[in-house]
Design a protein. Structure first.
Length: 220
């Protein structure tokens, strides 16, 4: 399983944050009903980029997790619940209202491991008590273009994983493909949000500097 990446701090000036901001990306698959098995939504991957102020320096932590057909389907749910045990001050999502949150709730409602699902729901409830920002709102909300199209327009190229590619990676055990995609999407969500602000030039530079280090690579 992928563990959290080591913190590396980069100095920046200006008042931006005093507590954690996280960008969350998720991947899910809708599993159709089959014989005596009811339909359900599987949370098959998640990634979190955490940015914190450490005494005037930006510190980054990137983590990713995934499960495939040979794994316990609840492992990613348990991983995400644990990562959200300490609620962030600010949570960044893309298409939260109509895609991400409904998919997470659906995954919990249809999970066969109800205890793990309950833990994730509690963790989500705590996370939603802080500031939740749907980055898509500044790009049209539910009518926004695809994430990769918006990223391209913003000058932040992003290569998406298509649904059929996700299904293939899930069915063949390609954890690397799923985790690399989700980690890149979490970082891109954070970058896109930064572009919508006018007081974070130093933090953008710090993010660029961190991205050029081995700490920004996906560890499997």
């Amino acid at each position: 399983m992928a563990g959290p990446f080591h913190f590396r701090a980069f100095s920046f000036r200006g008042k931006f944050m005093t507590t954690d901001t996280i960008a969350l990306s998720t991947a899910w698959i809708h599993q159709h009903a089959c014989r005596d098995r009811p339909a359900r939504t599987l949370l098959v991957g998640a990634s979190i980029l955490t940015c914190s102020d450490r005494f005037g320096s930006a510190a980054f932590d990137l983590a990713a997790h995934s499960t495939t057909v040979t794994d316990d389907a609840a492992e990613t749910m348990a991983w995400l619940a644990k990562r959200l045990e300490v609620a962030p001050a600010r949570l960044l999502l893309w298409r939260a209202e109509d895609i991400v949150v409904p998919s997470l709730i659906s995954a919990c409602e249809t999970a066969r491991d109800t205890m793990t699902a309950a833990r994730l729901l509690r963790a989500l409830d705590r996370a939603f008590e802080g500031e939740v920002i749907d980055v898509a709102e500044q790009h049209g909300g539910s009518k926004a273009s695809s994430f990769d199209a918006v990223m391209h327009s913003a000058g932040l190229p992003f290569s998406p994983m298509a649904k059929d590619e996700l299904h293939h990676a899930h069915s063949t055990g390609c954890h690397a493909d799923i985790r690399e995609h989700l980690a890149a999407r979490a970082v891109s969500t954070f970058r896109l949000w930064l572009q919508g602000r006018d007081d974070v030039g130093d933090l953008i530079a710090a993010t660029d500097a961190w991205s050029a280090t081995p700490d920004a690579e996906v560890r499997l």
